[in-house]
Design a protein around this ligand. Structure first.
Ligand code: GEM
Ligand code: ZN
Length: 392
């Protein structure tokens, strides 16, 4: 039986790849579907390559099951990202018709990559961790393991060398500032943010030196390497939403969280930022600990000072839009932000960046992007410098 060969080739067998082919026989209209996380029903993330395009022709890629995704309302106002070289990414006009998301590409080259957001590759992660360890004052403090055995490096940045010559002196009195990222594997903007942290530390400007004179930074650049590599949206390889595991972490089901909590217990925490991405809200914002049992005017003032300062430092942050505040005593303590804020009675925030754009300062060509996430990181470090003296 003759098999009709479509001139178009679709594949996703690579780092963070996720797509299923419904019907690729019509190059002008390719029908696709989103694949759920390995052991959970969550799906929204996509990343695939299309080859055999005709430059100058419009190719429509339809995600037929978009309305059944984890956040179906998030497709309204969303535009996919595309790249011809996997270096520079741009937004492609996309529209959601209530059932499918239609991505319309006017091809300029014979092959293109399309994704939900600018992917952060594992190879780039490995280079980042390697580079970080070459920066004076940054050390690999410990390394955890994901379910599938991928490294989860914990870096510590500190200006100062302890008596026995080890960087990252962790000296008493220095504040311990923790930043973790990408508990939710599809939120690739989170590791772009962490690359921005490392870049700024490498610049070692006066503000960085001032910050590290009074604080050590504890950095986990990717909390969920399995999920990221497998093209998951929300869960690890055991189907666990890591940001719901902070009251029940286990080596078997959520070793990633178990590792982070063990290290926090060992070193202490004076401030915590959990870096995420949000599918629906087209703004950069924070969520905090207003629903925690131990919430206090001190913590409320620190949260407000963080938000006010960051607003002053960058147009890529705002505090009008965000999640509904938790009622007093009603926080979900399984979330990292709430669990850490309660356990250490410290400033603790979830930082959210959009999969869409930051509508207060839109960039129609890129939307929110890796570069903007990196730039935001610099402003966050300056914000931490501004309030470190008040943390305790
Ligand atoms: C969010 S954090 C949800 C916080 N909600 C409130 N009201 N504070 C999650 O885990 O669902 C973070 C994310 O997914 O990006
Ligand atoms: Zn998240």
């Amino acid at each position: 039986m003759a098999v009709t060969q479509s001139p178009l080739h679709i594949d996703c067998d690579f780092d963070s790849g996720n797509i299923e082919i419904v019907d690729a026989s019509q190059p002008s209209h390719v029908r696709l579907a989103l694949r759920p996380d390995s052991h959970s029903g969550h799906f929204q993330w996509f990343h695939f390559r299309a080859a055999g395009l005709t430059p100058g022709q419009r190719h429509r890629f339809s995600l037929d099951n978009a309305s059944q995704s984890s956040y179906p309302n998030a497709w309204t106002g969303y535009h996919a990202v595309a790249s011809y070289d996997r270096q520079s990414w741009f937004r492609v006009p996309s529209q959601f018709d209530g059932a499918a998301l239609h991505i319309d590409l006017d091809a300029e080259q014979p092959q293109v990559w399309l994704a939900y957001f600018e992917p952060y590759p594992r190879a780039r992660h490995n280079q980042l961790i390697e580079r970080a360890q070459g920066i004076a004052g940054i050390e690999l403090l410990a390394s955890g393991r994901s379910v599938q055995g991928r490294d989860i490096p914990l870096l510590r940045a500190s200006h100062g060398v302890s008596a026995d010559g080890v960087p990252g002196d962790g000296a008493p009195g220095k504040r311990k500032l923790w930043l973790i990222a990408q508990q939710h594997p599809g939120e690739h903007m989170a590791e772009w943010f962490m690359e921005g942290v490392i870049d700024r530390l490498e610049q070692n400007d006066a503000k960085v030196q001032a910050l590290l004179a009074v604080a050590d930074l504890y950095l986990i650049c990717n909390m969920n390497p399995d999920g990221a590599y497998l093209g998951h949206l929300r869960t690890n390889f055991k189907g666990q939403d890591l940001n719901r595991a902070w009251q029940s972490a286990s080596v078997e089901l959520s070793p990633e969280v178990f590792f982070a909590q063990t290290q926090m217990q060992r070193h202490g925490v004076d401030a915590f930022i959990d870096v995420h991405g949000d599918e629906e809200i087209p703004h950069v914002f924070t969520a905090a600990c207003e629903g925690n049992p131990n919430y206090s005017p001190r913590l409320a003032a620190l949260e407000q000072r963080f938000r006010d300062t960051l607003c002053r430092l960058t147009e890529d942050f705002q505090q009008v839009h965000g999640y509904t505040r938790d009622a007093p005593g009603q926080a979900n303590m399984a979330l990292a932000c709430n669990a850490v804020g309660q356990a250490y009675d410290c400033l603790s925030l979830t930082l959210e960046m959009p999969f869409k754009d930051h509508d207060d300062a839109p960039n129609p060509h890129t939307g929110w992007s890796g570069a903007r996430a990196k730039a935001l990181a610099g402003a966050v470090l300056d914000t931490l410098l501004d309030l470190t003296a008040e943390l305790r």
